[in-house]
Design a protein around this ligand. Structure first.
Ligand code: F6P
Length: 349
């Protein structure tokens, strides 16, 4: 009888880190080892580990005790293997080096855990003839083709708690508090944190804002003896180059309304620490599903969430697309009904 060849898979985490990466690594790795008897390799620092053949073999023991850990045990980087920059005078063919590592390690599949950029690179590696599976992660929640990414819920909890804390100090000082939330070019995190944290104004890149509408709204609140206001701004809103969104909006409010205004840039705390319970579950399900796809040799796909189901879509469909907040999103509609301002036309009652 022909002996069944054990599959050997590689895992990498690329792009900005987020809570849940270790849960996903564990989800893929444990399922691959325990359910399917595969061998698992972890590459260091994203695609850079593949280029430089920098890897470790992951045993089941090494995958234990990492579920709750923030960050990624594999490390990550912003290495873009297909990007040629002016600095690459001695151009190195990185995709070729990646293929060399893939072949030398006799990999059956490569699992790329990352955001939009990572999924795009994963699709290109598939075009180069490698078996690839993508797993979407990011606090920005902007990966096309999935209802949600892991990392988002954890970051949302952190951002909401930060906004909660601004309420009391804003009240004491009768100030406008402007808080900047991450999200890259998408407004998911600012929208959700703004709603959960009771923001009075929420500015997201998807909705064009008008500064006059913002001034009018805040002055109106002041007239109504509402002693303070919370303004939640996504980092990706339109603003002058090299200026933070929060600083810009806060300064404008100060100079044009006479109201006292302060800014907070929440920054990387949104990406750090232990994943929320839901992110642990989502990342684990994504990881386990990736291992199932590999076992079925169903390659070239990105795992995704569709309603309650974990499914997958072709990686080639995902590359280069961004998932933005739709203007008719139900949360926006409800928020408007509550009098929350999105910086666009404000109907004074
Ligand atoms: O994509 C995740 C993210 O945290 C964005 O929200 C943010 O714009 C960006 O990464 C920051 O990236 P870096 O780690 O390169 O500073």
């Amino acid at each position: 009888m022909e002996e069944k060849k054990t599959k050997r898979i590689g895992i990498l985490t690329a792009g900005g880190d987020c809570p849940g990466l270790n849960a996903a690594i564990r989800g893929v790795g444990k399922t691959a080892i325990i359910k399917y008897g595969m061998e698992v390799i972890g590459f260091s620092s994203g695609f850079s580990g593949l280029i430089h053949k920098d890897y470790v073999t992951l045993s089941e023991n090494q995958l234990s005790g990492i579920l709750t850990l923030g960050g990624t045990i594999l490390g990550t980087s912003r290495e873009k293997p297909f990007k040629k920059t002016a600095k690459d005078l001695n151009f190195v063919n990185k995709p070729k080096l990646i293929k060399k590592t893939y072949d030398e390690l006799a990999l059956d599949c490569l699992v790329c855990i990352g955001g939009n950029g990572t999924q795009k690179n994963a699709a290109k590696l598939a075009e180069e003839g490698m078996n690839v599976i993508g797993i979407p992660k990011t606090i920005d929640n902007d990966v096309w083709g999935t209802d949600v990414t892991f990392g988002f819920e954890s970051a949302l909890t952190i951002a909401t708690e930060a906004i909660d804390r601004l309420h009391s100090t804003a009240n004491s000082h009768k100030r406008i508090m402007v808080i900047e939330i991450m999200g890259h070019h998408a407004g998911w995190l600012a929208l959700y944190a703004g709603m959960a944290g009771g923001g009075d104004i929420i500015l997201i890149p998807e909705i064009k804002y008008d500064l006059d509408a913002i001034y009018k709204y805040l002055l109106n609140r002041a007239e109504q003896k509402k002693s303070y206001s919370i303004v939640v701004v996504a980092e990706g809103i339109e603003k002058p180059k090299n200026k933070s969104a929060a600083r810009y909006i806060s300064q404008k409010i100060r100079n044009n309304t006479g109201l006292e205004s302060r800014e907070t840039i929440l920054g990387y705390v949104q990406r750090g620490g232990s994943p929320s319970a839901m992110d642990r579950i989502l990342a684990t399900r994504f990881g386990a599903h990736a291992a199932d796809l590999i076992s079925n040799e169903d390659y070239g796909r990105m795992v995704c969430k569709n309603g309650e189901m974990i499914e997958s879509i072709p990686l080639s469909d995902v590359g280069g697309k961004l998932r933005n907040v739709p203007l008719d999103h139900p949360l926006i509609k409800k928020a408007r009904g509550l009098g929350i301002c999105f910086g666009d036309a404000y109907l004074q009652k």
